[in-house]
Write a protein that binds this ligand. Structure first.
Ligand code: NAD
Length: 388
């Protein structure tokens, strides 16, 4: 029984349901935030979904500031600028509003504004997070508008270190939003490409968490239901963005993926992170490209588990049936089968391939892959994803 030892964290309050964004003032009051900084991205800032949310704050006479200088795959200069606005505006909390990029950056501003060390000192390595002054981390209310990263229920923020072209995962338990408003109506305007990419991100999180070794029956249980929800609802949300039921189930699946991946991730993410950092590709879409190649690579270690998963999801044919279902889903969502379909004019020489393989094996997610991700294996997976 000694191996049945683990650590489980499930502390976020999620107010889930269509129309619940109107509870934003109440959520702020519950967390003690009186002067929030509203963090979003520039694309969203132009859409009615932001205007109508800010009107809720105006109507409630809540003084707030807005920061929207957040690029997809946020970088350090976004964080530095956000911290300056936060300090100048004397804010006491953050509303992180958007997809993973804005959610992560909002969380990182709330975390980093009161620290004295550089953000890179808090990378998710060992227990570096203990260096942070936890008393200086301000509360966060998170409002997702995509359905993929699940950052709203996570304790990490992803940020690109531009000098080394690497995506770093910054971690602190207090970076977990205190309240999440998960309102599927906010995700209705997502374009089809983002719906597909973010939905596949949720699938990648659930699948890699489920396949990661380690004792975590709660994560496994959450992951399998998350996967079932994706197969059932992602094609519907992709075909009809206004399908609120499908949007709601996808928002759940996203939160479930991030809840489950505290157990671990794997080689899909280890390879997708360097590609995202070097080519600025959409994270979920990049995961979707790598998914079938990594699944095949892990087969011997996960076949029995995937047989059980397939049966649960009502997919016939065990592992092979599941692998086919992944391919069918990708096709339906117009996911490119290989990296050149995602990155225009892509050409990779040997040096670049070696660099990516080197980055993949040291990515913090590599340890969660059920089969050891050696440099040779990373190179071979990259070749598969390049050639299809
Ligand atoms: P994103 O936040 O980068 O958003 C992608 C695009 O979608 C943006 O242009 C945005 O304006 C637009 N958009 C978002 N919501 C919309 C809506 N409702 N209507 C119309 N347009 C909308 O995409 P993402 O996939 O949600 O997040 C990706 C980021 O999250 C990456 O940086 C990735 O590394 C990170 N990530 C973080 C975690 C975590 O645990 N913290 C997990 C996975 C990924």
């Amino acid at each position: 029984m000694t191996t049945l030892v683990s650590k489980w964290n499930y502390p976020t309050t999620v107010r889930f349901g269509a129309g619940r964004i109107k509870e934003l003032p109440d959520a702020l009051a519950a967390t003690g935030i009186k002067r929030p900084l509203f963090v979003t991205d520039p694309g969203l800032a132009k859409l009615p979904v932001v205007a109508s949310t800010l009107k809720i704050l105006d109507d409630a006479k809540i003084p707030y500031g807005v920061f929207s200088d957040v690029k997809p795959n946020p970088v350090e200069s976004n964080l530095t600028a956000g911290i300056e606005v936060f300090r100048k505006g004397k804010h006491d909390g953050v509303i992180a509003f958007g997809g993973g990029s804005a959610l992560d950056l909002g969380k990182l501003i709330a975390f980093q504004a009161g620290q004295t060390r550089p953000v890179w000192d808090f990378e998710d390595i060992g227990d570096w997070w203990t260096r942070a002054d936890a008393t200086k981390i301000v509360p966060i209310v998170a409002v997702p508008t995509t359905a993929g990263t699940g950052s709203e229920v996570g304790r990490a923020g992803v940020i690109t270190h531009e000098a080394s072209h690497t995506k770093k995962v910054i971690f602190h338990p207090k970076m977990l939003p205190e309240i999440v408003i998960a309102d599927p109506e906010l995700s209705v305007g997502m374009p089809a490409f983002i719906t597909a990419g973010t939905g596949m991100d949720a699938l990648a999180h659930c699948l890699e968490a489920y396949c990661a070794p380690g004792y975590h029956p709660m994560a496994d249980g959450i992951a399998v239901e998350g996967i079932r929800l994706v197969f059932e609802n992602l094609p519907k949300a992709f075909a009809n963005g206004k399908d609120l039921v499908a949007r709601a189930h996808m928002m759940s699946a996203a939160a479930m993926g991030a809840t489950a991946f505290q157990k671990g991730l794997g080689a899909i993410h280890s390879l997708s992170h360097p590609i995202g950092a070097l080519y600025d590709t959409h994270h979920g879409m990049t995961n979707a490209v790598f998914m079938p190649y990594v699944l095949a690579f892990n087969r011997d270690a996960v076949e029995e588990k995937i047989d059980r998963l397939a049966a649960y999801c009502g997919i016939k044919g065990g592992f092979d049936g599941f692998a086919k279902a992944v391919m069918k889903l990708r096709k339906e969502l117009k996911v490119p089968h290989a990296l050149p379909g995602l990155i225009k004019g892509l050409e990779m020489d040997k040096k670049r391939k070696t660099l990516i393989a080197d980055m993949a094996v040291v990515d913090p997610t590599a340890g969660g892959n059920p089969v050891k991700l050696t440099k040779k294996a990373a190179l071979s997976l990259l070749e598969s994803a390049l050639n299809g």
